[in-house]
Structure formats: structure tokens, C-alpha cells
Design a protein around this ligand. Structure first.
Ligand code: TRP
Length: 454
């Protein structure tokens, strides 16, 4: 039996399906790639503590706020703010979210493409027996070859578009139910493997030893800023996913479960990566270097490295795919709800548009290298800075203010009550969303925008 509401909007078939899909959105490159490194850099365990605090002070409350807006209106962010906001101005927040999702997916998919490329490379055992220099060169070759990059960028978006075009049940929910358990399983296997490697002490120390001297103001702001990207909040993906949610599911419990899963995966990713990096005495480099140069070097000499490399890149590919799906769904939902397009048409047209928009990012490491430099930053890095430093915190701030100050108490309380949470939790949430979250985000925001210098 199909579960539909009066306007025949598809709703998640089960709560588990919803949690997996939302966790699938949250768990992505932000967790597997950026979080472990930043953690080690800013004082390990001490940073993790601050990060946990910011998840409680910013992450969970804003996620709940997005779910409230989504489920209440059963609309995409633009439609949702149009329906709830008494003035037209609030709709701009929805538009900001849509624009952010569009831009984010356009370059996220470029990295998704590199990862697909590396899934194939590792499946073919290409790292095996290669010298570190040769492996470094492999990544440089990827970056230098425009056709290859555009091809894999297209392939990644094709997969995403296909899944989104199949709809909530047969596309998004189904694929998250398949890919996420696989991701958890493989990640656990990899973790066990890492825990038995000789570098385990040093790796764990890098990740968890609480060096409070590194907890500077910058580290705290970095930890708070980190709350947005890995949790998929601040642009309305959770509004969209919340809009397919049945009335009887508790929004607070769901947000907590999703955030716990997300954080666990981030930590496990660190446990997978650093012990083996330290086993071979390598430096834990940042960003692309860690994934595409350092780790393959480790895999090339690790016992069982061939299969481990393949499983590792497969996990990363799954994580990136399920995140990208939520980004495309955000954009597609707008065209379905507001423009009355069919789902297939919306998915294909937007998938293609985002592909085209992303091509300059794919080329910003080679063909367009000199043309796309903006103040020494290529277009790929420029868009990433724009999204993570400005657009996400701005969106998150506005969502918090809207939910805390403009949405009536009756409306938000009603949504929280539906899932069976009592008044106590509601009061705590409301206090945080009105006072704590906006101030915290404002701090991060002004720091990133350079208003306050540290
Ligand atoms: N959370 C994903 C990651 O960690 C990326 C992502 C998907 C995202 N949807 C989002 C980030 C919405 C911010 C907002 O890789």
C-alpha cells in the first residue's frame, strides 16, 4: 500500500528509511575527509569535546527546526517559507538554500567523480607495487586530464540523477537502505583492521589526546563552524527530507539519532585513517592529498592493501552519493512542488544544469586554471569557501531566527508534541534556538567574514 498524503506526496515508508536517508545525507565527505584531519590539527580529544558541544548547541536544534518547517508545510524550502512566513521576505531564505544546494552539488560532484575514478583504480589494483612518487603522479594525472574529470563528474551526477528520478520510495529511500548499512559494515571492518595495525597508539593519540593548549578561540570557532557541513544543515536539505515525514515520528529523537550516527562515523573514519597512516610514518596531510596521495601510498604496501583500498574508496563513494542525492532532491522538490514539473523531468533537467555549472570547477585544476583564478583561488575552492564560510552559516542563522522568533509557539510546539516529546524538551529546544544557536552562529559568521579577528 502506498503511503501518501492528500496531495499524493510520497512519504517515507518507515522511520528507519527516513533515518537512514537523513543520515545518508549527513554522512559524507565532511565526515570522512575533513573532520578527522581538522580534529587532529586542533587538539584531538579537546576539539572533539568542543565539537560535541556545538552539535548540542547548534546542530541538533537547527536540524529539529528544519524538520519542523518541512513537516509542517510538506513543502520544499521555498514553498515552506512562503507558506509559514507571514511576509514574502522569508521566502528568500528558501531561495538562498536552493542556490546553496545547487552550487554545493556542482563542485561536490567533481570530488565525487575523483572518488569513482579511485574506486575503479583500486578495483584494478593500480596502486599495488607502485612507488609513492608514482602514486602522487596518478592524482596529478587525474587533475591534469580535463576529459577524465568531466567524464567522472558526469558519471557521478548521472547516478545521483537516476536515483532521485525514481522518487522517494523506489529511489532515495531504497538506495539509502542499501548503501548505508553497507557503508557501516565496511567501515567497521576497516576499523578493526586499523586497530590491529602497529600505528594504532600514535594514530589514536593524534585523534583523541586532549591537548587543551590547542583549544584556542580559533579552534572553538572552527568546531562550531564544523557543525553545519557534516550535518547537512543550513540550506534546507533537512526541510526537504522532513517534508516527507509522517506525523507520528518524533523530530527530536530523530535529529538526535542522526547526529549521533553522523558523529560516530566521523570518529570511526579517523580511527580507520590515522593508525595506518602512522604505521608507515607518513604525515597526515590535509584535504585531497590525504585521500588521493597519502592513503593510496599506504594501501600499496599494506598487507591486503588491494582489497582494503577498494573497500575504502567504495565507502567514500557511497557516502558521497547519498549526500549528493539529498542536494539534488532539494532542488528537484522545488520544481515539483512549485512549478508542477514531473519528477523525472525535474531530475533530468536539474541534473544536467548542475553538471554544466560544475564543469568549470572540474576544469579549474587544468584547462581553466589561469582563467578561473579569483585572487589566487581557483573557482572550485572559491565556491567551497563561499558555501561553507558564508552561505551555510547565513542560512542556519536565518532558519534559527525564523523558528525561534517568527514561528508561533503553538506551531512549533504542535510539531514537537506529535512525536510524543514532552514540554521539558520543547522548552530546552526553544531556549537554545532563540538565544544560544543564533549567537553561536553569529560568532562563527563574523569570524569567518573577518569582522572579528583572532
Ligand atoms: N553533509 C554532507 C557531507 O558531510 C554534505 C551535504 C549534503 C551538505 N547536504 C548538505 C552539507 C546540506 C551542507 C548542507 O559531506
Amino acid at each position: 500500500m502506498e503511503i501518501k498524503n492528500s496531495k499524493s506526496r510520497e512519504l517515507w515508508l518507515s522511520k528507519a528509511g527516513f533515518i537512514l536517508a537523513a543520515a545518508g545525507s549527513a554522512i559524507g565527505l565532511g565526515n570522512l575527509w575533513r573532520f578527522p584531519y581538522v580534529t587532529g590539527m586542533y587538539g584531538g580529544g579537546a576539539f572533539v569535546l568542543v565539537y560535541l558541544l556545538s552539535i548540542i548547541a547548534i546542530g541538533i536544534p537547527i536540524m529539529v527546526a528544519e524538520f519542523i518547517i518541512g513537516r509542517r508545510t510538506q513543502r520544499n524550502p521555498v514553498g515552506a517559507f512562503g507558506k509559514l512566513g507571514k511576509t514574502k521576505g522569508w521566502q528568500l531564505v528558501g531561495w538562498l538554500g536552493l542556490a546553496t544546494g545547487f552550487i554545493l552539488l556542482s563542485y561536490y560532484s567533481v570530488v565525487g567523480g575523483w572518488i569513482l575514478d579511485y574506486v575503479l583504480k583500486s578495483a584494478g589494483g593500480l596502486f599495488h607495487g607502485k612507488s609513492p612518487a608514482e602514486i602522487n603522479q596518478m592524482f596529478d594525472m587525474v587533475l591534469k586530464s580535463p576529459l577524465r574529470q568531466v567524464f567522472f563528474h558526469a558519471l557521478f551526477l548521472f547516478l545521483v540523477t537516476y536515483i532521485v528520478s525514481r522518487g522517494i520510495h523506489k529511489g532515495i529511500e531504497l538506495w539509502n537502505k542499501i548503501l548505508m548499512p553497507l557503508l557501516f559494515g565496511i567501515l567497521l571492518l576497516l576499523m578493526v583492521n586499523s586497530l590491529f595495525s602497529p600505528g594504532v597508539r600514535e594514530g589514536m593519540r593524534f585523534l583523541f589526546y586532549p591537548d587543551f593548549s590547542k583549544i584556542t578561540a580559533t579552534a572553538i570557532l572552527e568546531a562550531m563552524g564544523q557543525a553545519f557541513f557534516p550535518l547537512s544543515i543550513g540550506l534546507g536539505t533537512m526541510i526537504t527530507y522532513g517534508s516527507y515525514l509522517k506525523r507520528d515520528v518524533s523530530l527530536m529523537n530523530s535529529a538526535t539519532e542522526i547526529c549521533v550516527l553522523d558523529t560516530l562515523v566521523a570518529l570511526v573514519a579517523g580511527i580507520v585513517i590515522f593508525p595506518i597512516v602512522f604505521t608507515y610514518g607518513l604525515a597526515p596531510s590535509a584535504g585531497p592529498g590525504l585521500f588521493f596521495k597519502t592513503l593510496p601510498v599506504v594501501f600499496s604496501v599494506l598487507p591486503g592493501g588491494r582489497i582494503i583500498a577498494f573497500l575504502f574508496f567504495l565507502v567514500v563513494a557511497f557516502a558521497a552519493l547519498t549526500s549528493a542525492i539529498s542536494l539534488l532532491e532539494l532542488v528537484v522538490a522545488y520544481f515539483i512542488d512549485e512549478r508542477k514539473w514531473g519528477r523525472k523531468k525535474a531530475a533530468i533537467i536539474m541534473g544536467l544544469t548542475i553538471f554544466i555549472f560544475g564543469v568549470p570547477s572540474a576544469l579549474s585544476f587544468n584547462t581553466l586554471r589561469d582563467i578561473t583564478l579569483i585572487k589566487g583561488i581557483n573557482i572550485f575552492n572559491f565556491l567551497d569557501l563561499l558555501v561553507t564560510n558564508y552561505m551555510l552559516p547565513a542560512g542556519g542563522l536565518l532558519i534559527a531566527i525564523f523558528c525561534g522568533w517568527f514561528l508561533s509557539r503553538k506551531e512549533s510546539l504542535d510539531e514537537i508534541r506529535k512525536g510524543g516529546n514532552d514540554l521539558f524538551f520543547y522548552r530546552v529546544w526553544r531556549f537554545i534556538i532563540r538565544y544560544i544557536a543564533p549567537v553561536a552562529v553569529l560568532l562563527v559568521f563574523s569570524w569567518k567574514a573577518g569582522v572579528i579577528a583572532l
